[in-house]
Design a protein around this ligand. Structure first.
Ligand code: UDP
Length: 234
């Protein structure tokens, strides 16, 4: 497959056309942003980690019955994926309180939930990705009821799979964000699953091993991405 012109450049990835309209190539950058783009920086090596880690996880999820956009990794930073139309809903699943949940409700981080929570954010940078209830997503025709049911079902499989996967690697899955796209009318998992999009705490020390090290200036950012990568590869 041939890499053609760039279609789009996002905060952490570039997307290129190929000679086949059914496929695109994503190219992961080391650029990092937080707080809706207000904080900007670089995390050396992050693109390689996030690309490879996402692909390992997407292949595992395929085995668990979640269809994904993954096709083939072609270099350290580049992967061929199915071209999709992204649903403008960020799906967030939480097992433990942290981040915006702790802030919104004025509670500490680290409260373990009996059941995972499930929420949407409206994927809209100008609005700062606001929390959105399902009826509003339906009212705005961002997705159909059936698509939302499918998204919910897949999100729960992703949570169960990732919780086990990370626990085997001495990491607690606190929360994560995923995105879905439409391909031939079907809902499939797209975007990435990485320390940029998951909160992961070390099982023994509760040390944060994710993008919060960048967001909150906790130090050892590059080292932490590499440490997660080493655990994920094993
Ligand atoms: N998240 C993400 N992209 C976003 C917002 C959140 O990947 O634009 C991830 C974040 O890394 C965390 C989870 O979604 O694992 C829940 O994030 P939260 O709502 O707590 O927001 P944050 O504290 O990141 O602003």
């Amino acid at each position: 497959m041939e890499k053609r012109e760039q279609m789009y450049e996002g905060k952490a990835k570039k997307v290129f056309k190929t000679d086949d309209p059914r496929y695109v190539i994503v190219d992961y950058k080391d650029d990092a942003t937080a707080f809706n783009g207000e904080k900007k920086g670089q995390i050396a090596g992050k693109g390689v980690v996030n690309n490879t880690m996402s692909n390992i996880i997407f292949q595992l999820l395929e085995k668990k019955g979640v269809p994904t956009h993954f096709v083939e990794q072609i270099s350290e930073r580049e992967t061929i994926v199915k071209a999709v139309k992204i649903l403008p809903l960020e799906v967030i699943v939480r097992n433990v309180s942290a981040g915006s949940f702790a802030k919104r409700y004025g509670v500490e981080e680290g409260i373990v939930f009996d059941e995972p929570t499930f929420e949407f954010s409206y994927k809209n940078d100008d609005l700062g990705d606001p929390l959105m209830v399902e009826s509003h997503a339906l009212a705005l025709k961002l997705a159909t009821k059936e698509q939302i049911e499918t998204v919910r079902k897949y999100a729960m499989i992703v949570n169960d799979t990732l919780k086990e996967f990370f626990l085997e690697r001495d990491l607690k899955l606190i929360d994560f964000k995923i995105e879905f796209g439409l391909c031939d009318g079907e809902v499939i998992l797209a975007d990435e699953i990485s320390p940029d999009t998951c909160r992961l705490w070390d099982v023994h020390t509760n040390e944060k091993m994710d993008k919060d090290r960048f967001r909150r200036d906790l130090g050892n950012v590059e080292e932490t991405y590499q440490a997660v990568f080493e655990r994920v590869k094993k």
